[in-house]
Write a protein that binds this ligand. Structure first.
Ligand code: GLC
Ligand code: CA
Length: 552
């Protein structure tokens, strides 16, 4: 296990660059903006940055549709700017992880343009083409996750191409060895530059079944279980893993619909391991069904069960990631917390996940508790996924309800510009911001929170520092009272140190029982989001973290 150590207690900051910080006044976040803020990121207690895609892209899905894997999108700067950021980051002790989007490219990628030209074209087999089933019928009944059906007709070849996401995101054919060579070349290009790893986008979708039959099992999202964890997934991932092993880097897979048992076949440490960690989605589904769009009342028990299942299943075998936000989900205080108890619930949620075992990820703006944005029209959210979900939703549940669901779940809420201060455009740009700034920036911004030592920002900073303790990195995890509907309590233990984390998810004050071993004199409250503490009652959204050392 020689190569697994360095990332295990790391704290990563995720940058979705377009909305992070504008460095040249054109209203769009960019690499110079990132360069300016490296010290900021470091001062928060980060050890690394994960960049959502910054490559050339027509931006139909904001960078998750790549048209050139070897160049930086001109909106964000040049390759020189990237090299400058990489070097400066490394000099400050910050690792850099890139997004590797290889399930699909953009339809503007030269490979795809060639691929469309004819069946004899050398790039034709880079994508997944099938003839029609019957006259004018798609090859099968699969749905696209972003846009209508999963097959799109091409007049030049008289065939259909597969796109699990939007029409502008054709799926690459990993069954073609040439495609796999291209991918390894891309990986080596960035690793040779010195990047420290990749987050592999929807990586469990890359192997498609050998035959494309109709899916009659799924009422919606037809095909999902056919292309998730496809027959050759392990083979392909093993090949990509070989490249990673040539470097001291790590691979983190984004893995939708993933449960721990199956996860272990990819991330269990030792022989056959193909990923170092993964982003699964289970704890993000405590207030929705299948996708964020289909909402249900938040159920704490569901969230706790997800966290505990993963913590327990991976113990001693594999490594967890810890996250509550990213560019694909609306803001966590607006979801699992409470905007009215902004700071309280923000602090509680932060401690709740950051003190578990795993590598931590914080998404830009999460450290100050940015909240969801309420925009008038669906189009205003500029989110291709939402457009599709809304169209389906409108037919099923009507426009009014669908609009409500859309506003609550849109990824757009995670993508509004970061609030740097309470000045014009929240200090994000001197120009006109490319996307709406959340109007609450005067109340919620980084400059104010850095000034105020009681702020959510400082709470994050202390937690990120506290994560370096051996008990957080190595300690066991035990959940207490899993049946409690309002309180999440767990204990971490390592050698003679125990840490008890008590989180109330209640809007009202709530009775609880402090385990008697924590009544003794040797315990110390290390985190509390209120001034007061009671042994039998928690204030709304109170979090208490109690550390205890027993002499040995
Ligand atoms: C992943 C990305 C998401 C993107 C999708 C298609 O889920 O995180 O932003 O839209 O893949 O690439
Ligand atoms: Ca700019």
């Amino acid at each position: 296990m020689a190569r697994d150590a360095w990332y295990k207690d790391m704290n990563f900051y995720q940058i979705w660059i377009r909305s992070f910080k504008d460095g040249n006044g054109d209203g769009i976040g960019d690499l110079m903006g990132v360069y300016e803020k490296l010290d900021y990121i470091k001062s928060l207690g980060m050890d690394g940055i994960w960049f959502s895609p910054i490559y050339a892209s027509p931006n139909e899905d904001f960078g998750y549709d790549i048209s050139d894997y070897y160049s930086i999108h001109p909106d964000y700067g040049t390759m020189d700017d990237f090299d400058k950021v990489l070097q400066a980051a490394h000099a400050k002790g910050l690792k850099i992880i890139m997004d590797l989007v290889i399930n699909h490219t953009s339809d503007k990628h030269p490979w795809f343009i060639e691929s469309c030209k004819g069946k004899d074209n050398p790039y034709h087999d880079y994508y997944i083409w099938r003839p029609s089933r019957k006259k004018n019928k798609r090859p099968n009944n699969w749905d696209s996750l972003f846009e209508g059906k999963a097959w799109e007709y091409n007049t030049q070849t008289g065939e259909y191409y597969l796109h699990l996401f939007s029409k502008g995101q054709p799926d690459l054919n990993h069954a073609n060895p040439k495609v796999r060579e291209e991918i390894k070349k891309i990986m080596r290009f960035w690793l040779d530059k010195g990047v420290d790893g990749f987050r592999e986008d929807v990586i469990t979708f890359i192997s498609k079944p050998d035959t494309f039959v109709n899916d009659y099992k799924m009422p919606a999202v037809k095909g999902l279980f056919e292309y998730s964890f496809g027959p050759h997934l392990l083979e392909y991932l093993t090949e990509y893993r070989q490249v990673a092993l040539e470097y001291d880097c790590f691979l983190l897979g984004e893995t939708p619909i993933m449960a721990p048992n199956r996860a272990l076949s990819l991330i269990a440490e030792g022989e056959g391991q193909v990923l170092d960690m993964m982003f699964h989605f289970q704890h993000m589904q405590a207030d929705c069904f299948m996708t964020d769009f289909i909402q249900r009342p938040f159920r704490l028990k569901k969230m706790k069960r997800a966290f505990s299942t993963w913590q327990n299943a991976l113990e001693g075998k594999a490594w967890n990631t810890l996250y509550l936000e990213n560019h694909d989900h609306s803001r966590i205080i607006s979801r699992y917390g409470d905007e009215f108890y902004h700071t309280e619930s923000g602090k509680m949620l932060a401690a709740m996940y950051l003190l578990q075992k795993g590598t931590a990820f914080v998404y830009q703006g999460q450290e100050i508790g940015m909240t969801n944005v309420y925009l008038e029209n669906i189009e205003d959210y500029r989110d291709i996924q939402l457009k599709n979900a809304f169209e389906i939703g409108r037919k099923l549940i009507g426009r009014v309800k669908a609009l409500e669901y859309a506003r609550k779940s849109s990824r757009g809420s995670a993508r509004t510009p970061v609030h740097w201060n309470n000045e014009r455009n929240a200090g994000f740009t001197e120009g006109t911001p490319w996307f709406d700034v959340n109007p609450n920036y005067a109340k919620i911004n980084i400059a104010d929170q850095m000034q105020n030592t009681n702020s959510l920002w400082h709470f994050y900073r202390k937690l990120l520092a506290y994560r370096k303790k051996p008990v957080i990195r190595y300690g066991t995890y035990t959940e207490m009272n899993p049946k409690d509907r309002k309180i999440y309590m767990y204990e971490r233990k390592y050698e003679n140190t125990s840490v008890l984390v008590i989180c109330s998810f209640s809007k009202l004050s709530r009775k609880y029982k402090l385990p008697s071993s924590y009544h003794e004199g040797s315990s110390e409250i290390v985190f509390n989001n209120y001034e007061t503490v009671s042994h039998d009652k928690l204030s709304p959204y109170q979090v208490l973290v109690i550390e205890k050392t027993t002499s040995v």
